[in-house]
Design a protein around this ligand. Structure first.
Ligand SMILES: Cc1cc2nc3c(=O)[nH]c(=O)nc-3n(C[C@H](O)[C@H](O)[C@H](O)COP(=O)(O)O)c2cc1C
Ligand code: SF4
Length: 652
């Protein structure tokens, strides 16, 4: 029993069913569904978390209508073929004293997924456009609404037959039910619009149909937005009225409060909030809902430490705390909390890169810090070494650190060399970007793991091939990273500095700055934000379609908003050509025409990196086994560096 988190690990009940603790894994699309059903990869993913202590599992947004041929991996309960998969998860949960709910949903006008590449049709209470996928929905007729109510009832019945304990309807985040609930998105004049009664009718009928098709002890609840942060979304007063009514009619056994709205870029960026959003941002809304209902209130959002979760319970803001990315980054989050080992938790840094970043680009979820996530079926990544070896790893950036952790975890004897006085490589710089301090958690998490696994770390050591050959290790991993690349072109008289030197504070810039951003990622955005907030007039010139083009969209949306507030001028579709003492010359990437910026004091270049691979070349063919990981092979991001660190260490 936890001494540090007594409230978090105290039991509670929902509709008379016991939750062993107050931590649940909230619904999240894993991208691991196979043909609409739970398959081996999904099962193993959930197993890694259910067996490690969560009190409640709510699985991902699941459709109730058939989605034949949909390429976007998503669960579906539209036929009895879903039952064996759901049953496997239900059995798993019950063997581990964990409750299990399925989240049922309909995207409404927020339908972004095609069957065959053509645009999908979308439906909504009213014919109003949404701003995310730019869908103009078809207004649902009353027979369409009634059909859907029936389908939800059937879907719940299938979950019930599979042994699932309950269903959560996704009635928030701007999807179909939420559209009905919002007086601004639902402008119907029939029985399903208008008054509170009318707008909630679809949801109330659906809950009633689910109760009728299941049993008295089956748990029913809603996930609803405290507010949607979107033009025609729900606001807190709407939510409170709706929750009061649902409880008054005895339709819900719990309310799960979120804050997001999929119908706009602003609202959708809160579905999976990046690190620029404050931790626990949904708690005030959960607390407001708690004040108007007596059923248990759940909430989830940017709670990645048990200390914060405990505080949320103790302060009475919520009854049960949901975590998603904290459990993606560390499947042992609950176990380590229960054992009072919070320092051992690999805290999620809300970078969004490999979890929702993968999901929204059609891949199974993973984690940049813990790429083992989503790869649970790849047993070779988890096996111990049969022969213990002496391994030299050169380079203390994310690739080298991860390789060292994994190789040591497998039983090898590791020495990790870093030429500077600090571990972390480029992540040290990335964490210095405005609003990105949390990224540094990646380094401290890895440092802690190095320590736990007894890796010998030698800093301030520039390793040469001769040094390696003299010790004759069984295996060598080269992870020597990359250095900033100077742009090609004419820059003789220009005051031209690298983005990293600006971030490091090694150089001063003038009042008027142009940033040449070839990478279209965090660096250009971050340097622009830093310099504009320090008072420079900044133009961010992007060699792409938009600033932040290559980064996860929710991170980008919020950053673009900050740059707009700071008055940064963003110029897309340009490539750097040259600069002189006060003019920067760009070229339009489509027409080749010159685009000039005059009166410029400083040109900042974020023009990529060059791999540092000399050691690898020098050792090639001369050591027992040679591996390389990360930027020294091809400069990319921390995600690939850590993944390759894992892969090479698993091969040794
Ligand atoms: C990969 C991914 C997929 C998600 N899919 C869903 C979903 O299907 N339904 C839902 O209600 N929320 C979904 N969410 C939102 C999460 O439930 C949660 O609210 C969000 O991640 C914030 O919580 P966290 O900070 O603990 O990650 C998803 C989140 C992630 C990371
Ligand atoms: S990829 Fe980033 S945001 Fe996603 S779980 Fe891992 S650390 Fe958290």
């Amino acid at each position: 029993m936890s001494k540090m988190f007594p409230n978090l690990f105290s039991p509670t009940e929902i509709r008379g069913k016991r939750l062993k603790n107050r931590l649940f894994l909230a619904a999240h699309g894993t991208g691991l569904a196979e043909d609409g059903k739970v398959g081996g990869a999904g099962y193993e993913y959930y197993k890694a978390r259910v067996t490690r202590g969560i009190g409640l599992l709510i699985t991902e947004a699941t459709q109730v209508v058939p989605t034949p041929g949909q390429k976007y991996a998503q669960l579906n309960v539209s036929s009895d073929t879903c039952i064996p998969g759901l049953k496997s998860i239900a059995d798993l949960c019950h063997e581990n004293d964990c409750l299990y709910f399925v989240q049922l949903f309909h995207p409404g006008r927020g339908n972004g997924h095609s069957m065959d590449g053509s645009r999908p049709m979308s439906i909504a209470p009213s014919e109003l456009p949404e701003e995310r996928y730019h869908n103009m929905p078809r207004t649902m007729t009353v027979p369409m609404i009634r059909d859907l109510v029936t389908e939800f009832g059937k879907g719940a019945a299938r979950a019930h037959r599979a042994g699932v304990d309950g269903v959560e309807i996704l009635a928030g985040m701007g999807y179909l039910f939420a559209e009905f609930l919002s007086p601004r998105a639902n402008i119907r004049t029939d029985a399903y619009g208008g008054s509170l009664e009318g707008r909630t009718r679809f949801l109330r009928e659906t809950l009633a149909a689910m109760r009728a098709s299941t049993s008295e002890d089956f748990i029913l609840g809603v996930r609803i937005s405290g507010e949607e942060s979107s033009v025609d979304g729900i606001e807190l007063e709407d939510t409170l009225e709706i929750c009061r009514l649902l409880e008054h009619e005895g339709l819900v056994d719990f309310v799960n409060v979120c804050v997001a709205g999929a119908q706009s870029l602003n609202g959708s960026s809160l579905i999976v909030p990046p690190m620029s959003v404050e931790t626990g941002y949904t708690l005030p809304y959960a607390q407001a809902v708690k004040e108007v209902v007596s059923v248990p209130v759940l909430t989830c959002g940017r709670i990645n430490q048990p200390q914060d979760a405990e505080r949320a319970i103790t302060s009475g803001q919520t009854d049960v705390v949901g975590v998603v990315r904290a459990l993606i980054a560390d499947p042992e989050f609950v176990e380590k909390s229960r054992e009072d080992r919070p320092d051992d938790i690999r805290a999620c840094i809300a970078c969004n890169q490999a979890c929702i970043g993968h999901r929204l680009t059609g891949y199974g979820i993973s984690c940049i810090q813990y790429p083992e996530t989503g790869r649970e079926t790849q047993r070779e990544l988890f096996r111990s070494a049969t022969v213990k070896k002496a391994v030299t790893i050169v380079g203390g950036g994310p690739a080298g650190m991860k390789a060292a952790v994994v190789a040591a975890r497998r039983g090898h004897r590791i020495t990790l060399f870093e030429k500077s006085g600090r571990l972390g490589g480029q992540a040290l710089l990335a964490q210095a970007l405005p609003g990105r301090a949390e990224f540094g958690g990646l380094i401290s998490n890895l440092e802690h793991e190095l320590e736990r696994h007894g890796v010998a770390v030698k800093k301030n050591t520039q390793v040469t091939a001769e040094m390696v050959l003299a010790t004759n290790p069984d295996a060598v991993v080269v992870a020597t990273g990359a250095v900033p690349r100077m742009p090609s072109g004419e820059f003789e008289e220009a005051n031209c500095v690298s983005a990293w030197d600006v971030i490091n504070g090694r150089v001063k810039v003038g009042a008027r700055v142009v940033i040449a951003d070839w990478r279209c990622d965090w660096i250009g955005l971050g340097v622009a934000e830093k310099l504009a907030s320090e008072g420079s007039v900044v133009t961010l010139c992007v060699n792409g379609e938009m600033a932040g083009q290559t980064i996860q969209r929710y991170v980008r949306y919020r950053w673009i908003g900050r740059l707009h507030d700071l008055g940064v001028d963003v110029v897309p579709y340009v490539r750097l050509f040259g600069a002189d003492s006060d003019t920067v010359y760009m070229q339009h990437i489509m027409t080749g025409e010159p685009v000039m910026f005059e009166g410029v004091d400083t040109l900042v270049y974020a023009t990529g990196h060059t791999a540092v691979a000399d050691l690898f070349t020098d050792l090639d063919g001369k050591v027992n086994a040679l591996y390389a990981a990360g930027d020294c092979m091809s400069p990319r991001t921390a995600e690939e560096a850590i993944l390759e660190g894992l892969k090479v260490a698993s091969e040794i």
